[in-house]
Design a protein around this ligand. Structure first.
Ligand code: DAH
Length: 331
C-alpha cells in the first residue's frame, strides 16, 4: 500500500508531461492498464489479512478514481488544443484573391477639397455647405448684384426652368453660402464652403461647365484687410509650402469693398491668379441683418479644379472629369 501513496501525484505529473493524445494514452496504460501498479495491487488484495482488505480496496478505488479524473481532464485539454491548431492550419481565407488588390483612391478633386478643409479647420474655421440650385436672391441680390447690375453678365449663369424667368439657377459661385451662413448664424463667423458650381462655359483645356470652388467668410469685430492678407498667406503656405508667396491685386467684386484678386508665385517667377477676395460690402451685411457699424469681415473664393490642375501641371483640365482610370491611377 505504501507504494500506492504517491501514485496519484506521479500520474498527475506524467499526464501533464504528455503533450499529445498519443502520449497520454501511454500514461493511461502505465497507471490504469493491466500491468499497472493499481491492478497488481488489486490482485494482491487477496493476500492481505481479511480485516485489512476492505480499507485497502477502498483506498485503491479512490486513487483509481483520482487518476481517471485527471487523465480525462488532461485529455479534454489536449483535444481542444489539437483541434484548434488543426483548425488554424486548415482554415480557409475567404478574402483571398487571385492577383494584386486594386483598391482605387479618392478623386484628385476630393483629395484637394479634403486638404483645403483640413487647412482651414486647423485655422479655426468650420466647414458648411449650401444647395447647388439657388434663387436670384442668394446667388445675386443679397450679394449686392441687383438685376440691372452689369456684373450679372460675368456669371454665365445656367437657369433652371422653374418659377419666374431667371429666378432659379444652378449656383454660379459658392458666394451664396455666405448669405445662407450669415442668415442662420450669429457672428463671429469663421467658415469655408466648398462645393460644385456651374456656368454656361463650354468645356475646353482651361474651363469646365461644372467646376468646384471654395468660399471663405469671416465676420468679427475689428477685422481689417491685413487680416485678410495674413489669412491668404497662411493658407498658401500651409497648402502649397513655405516657399510659395501670395499677393493681392486691386480688383472689383460687387460683394466686397475694397476687392482684390490674389495670386500665388510659381517656381519660374511668374504669378498665377487663384481667386478673388475683399472686405465684405456693408450692403451685404445689411442684407443679412448684420450691423456694419459693429461687425466687419472678409471673404474669398477660388476654384479647386484650377488649383489641382496647377498643382499637377495638367495640360487639360478636362482630364479631371473624363474618368480615364489610367490618368486617375497616377495620383
Ligand atoms: N464669387 C467669385 C467668383 O466666383 C469669387 C469671389 C470673389 C468670392 C471675391 C469672394 C470674394 O468671396 O470676396 O468669381
Amino acid at each position: 500500500m505504501s507504494d500506492l501513496e504517491n501514485l496519484a501525484n506521479e500520474a498527475e505529473e506524467a499526464s501533464f508531461a504528455a503533450s499529445t493524445l498519443e502520449n497520454l494514452e501511454q500514461v493511461q496504460a502505465q497507471f490504469l492498464g493491466k500491468k499497472s501498479k493499481l491492478v497488481l495491487a488489486k490482485k494482491a488484495l487477496g493476500t492481505l489479512p481479511a480485516e485489512d482488505r476492505a480499507n485497502a480496496g477502498k483506498e485503491i478505488n479512490e486513487i483509481k478514481g483520482q487518476i481517471e479524473q485527471l487523465i480525462s481532464s488532461r485529455k479534454a485539454a489536449l483535444q481542444e488544443s489539437e483541434w484548434s491548431s488543426k483548425f488554424n492550419k486548415e482554415r480557409m481565407d475567404l478574402t483571398e484573391r487571385l492577383g494584386p488588390i486594386d483598391r482605387g483612391h479618392l478623386h484628385l478633386i476630393t483629395q484637394a477639397r479634403d486638404e483645403l478643409e483640413d487647412v482651414f479647420i486647423g485655422m479655426g474655421y468650420s466647414v458648411v455647405e449650401g444647395p447647388e440650385v439657388e434663387t436670384a436672391w442668394y446667388n445675386f441680390e443679397a450679394l449686392n448684384i441687383p438685376d440691372w447690375h452689369p456684373a450679372r453678365g460675368n456669371f454665365d449663369t445656367i437657369f433652371v426652368d422653374l418659377g419666374e424667368p431667371e429666378e432659379v439657377m444652378l449656383r454660379s459661385h459658392t458666394s451664396p453660402v455666405q448669405i445662407r451662413t450669415m442668415e442662420s448664424q450669429e457672428p463671429p463667423i469663421y467658415i469655408v464652403a466648398p462645393g460644385r458650381t456651374f456656368r454656361t462655359d463650354s468645356a475646353d483645356a482651361t474651363h469646365l461647365p461644372a467646376f468646384n470652388q471654395i468660399e471663405g467668410l469671416v465676420i468679427d469685430k475689428g477685422i481689417t484687410m491685413g487680416d485678410l492678407a495674413g489669412t491668404i498667406d497662411s493658407f498658401v503656405h500651409a497648402f502649397f509650402g513655405e516657399e510659395v508667396k501670395s499677393r493681392l491685386r486691386p480688383s472689383y467684386f460687387p460683394f466686397t469693398e475694397p476687392s482684390a484678386e490674389f495670386d500665388i508665385s510659381r517656381s519660374d517667377g511668374s504669378w498665377l491668379e487663384l481667386g478673388g477676395c475683399g472686405m465684405v460690402h456693408p450692403n451685404v451685411l445689411r442684407n443679412c441683418n448684420i450691423d456694419p457699424e459693429v461687425w466687419q469681415g472678409f471673404a474669398f473664393g477660388f476654384g479647386i479644379d484650377r488649383l489641382v490642375s496647377m498643382r499637377y501641371q495638367l495640360d487639360d483640365i478636362r482630364e479631371l472629369v473624363v474618368n480615364d482610370a489610367r490618368f486617375l491611377r497616377q495620383f
